[in-house]
Design a protein around this ligand. Structure first.
Ligand code: IPM
Ligand code: MN
Length: 351
């Protein structure tokens, strides 16, 4: 029997609760599909930081490299200054494990969850490929004359040809394999960011020549957000930089039914990838058993797809779809109608 090693980081707030449901579903689907996995829990997050004053232990990266994949809940703690945990844990893992792709499917399961009037599941069904290792997230910049009236704060978007090219190449391959219309859109801002997106556009056009079967499109990021709401059906696969990808995928999450549904993968195609619900740690709901675990469950499905258990991944996706359409969508729009654990049980029952 095939066996995998999965690292689990529940993290902060409601992270551990939703991860528990993800694991419940993975347990069930693994026995149905005939594979095993061994999980190792890591306590990285705000609580550990407040206790030990250390964001990540020295050995974290080398330890995590020994796993087939990482399953992450959420990082962010109300008692820790913003930036410390995000940079020290989440971004550090993405960077040091060279997870240079952030893969974020935007998929509506039931029209009753879409805030845009008249849009059906077939209309909201696309994928954002966000560059995950460079751009404004690189953390380059400085203060000048800090705290004075002459203060200047500089934050640099760092884009390397190699970094941009590997991301764009991944996007073309992804579009060729999975794109519903074989259409890849570069989302940028060539009219203002004339260094960064000049490089992006040139690379997109050059690499694109190797993919004559893929239809190439371009849109500025501001126009992209407009089209997300006006004509989401026009999108297939989108490739963009780290910052724009961060922003447009929150909008994407909203049109697919909310943060409780949206999952993502931080992917190193040649190494260890990490999967997470894209919503935050929702501290005020911690321990209340009210947070929607479907995003975490879908993230578990993406994880299984990445390690090669496609059948199991499809079963999870189908079950999530069934639970949303038959159990959740006919309830009042705002409320989930079930507890966190009940939703996990429903997904298991419908596998
Ligand atoms: C995300 C999050 C992170 C990001 C934060 C928590 C650092 O918003 O995964 O989209 O900006 O990438
Ligand atoms: Mn974000």
């Amino acid at each position: 029997m095939k066996s995998y090693k999965i690292a689990v980081i529940g993290g902060d707030g409601t992270g551990p609760e939703v991860v528990r449901e993800g694991l419940k579903v993975m347990d069930a689907v693994s026995s149905q599909c005939g594979f095993k996995y061994e999980k190792t829990m890591f306590d990285f997050g705000g609580e550990r930081y407040l206790r030990t004053k250390e964001v990540l232990p020295e050995s974290a990266i080398s330890d995590l490299k020994k796993f087939d994949a990482i399953f992450l809940g959420a990082i962010g703690h109300p008692d820790v200054k913003p930036g410390i945990l995000e940079k020290g844990i989440l971004l550090k893992l993405r960077f040091d494990l060279d997870q240079y792709i952030n893969l974020r499917p935007v998929q509506l399961f039931d029209e009753r969850f879409c805030p845009i009037k008249g849009k059906k599941p077939a209309d909201v069904d696309f994928t954002v490929i966000r560059e995950n290792s460079e751009g404004l997230y690189k953390g380059l910049g400085e203060f000048q004359n800090k705290g004075t009236p002459e203060e200047v704060a500089i934050q640099i978007s760092y884009n390397t040809r190699k970094g941009v090219e590997r991301c764009i190449r991944y996007a073309f391959e992804y579009t060729r394999k999975f794109g519903k219309r074989k259409q890849l859109l570069l989302c940028g801002k060539t009219n203002v960011l004339t260094f960064a997106f000049d490089l992006w556009e040139r690379t997109f056009n050059e690499v694109g020549q190797e993919y004559p079967d893929v239809k190439k499109e371009y849109a500025h990021v501001d126009a992209t957000t407009m089209w997300f709401v006006k004509n989401p059906e026009w999108f297939d696969v989108i490739v963009t930089d780290n910052m724009f990808g961060d922003i447009i995928t929150d909008l994407g999450a909203m049109i697919q039914g909310g943060m409780g549904i949206a999952a993502g993968g931080n992917i190193n195609p040649n190494g260890v990838s990490m999967f997470e619900p894209i919503g935050g740690s929702a501290p005020k709901y911690t321990g209340l058993n009210v947070i929607n675990p479907l995003a975490a469950i879908s993230a578990a499905g993406m994880l299984l797809k990445q390690i090669g258990e496609t059948n199991a991944a499809e079963k999870i996706e189908k079950s999530v779809r069934t639970v949303v359409t038959t159990k959740m969508a006919d309830l009042a729009a705002k409320k989930m109608g079930y507890s966190t654990t009940e939703v996990g049980d429903l997904v298991v029952r419908n596998l």
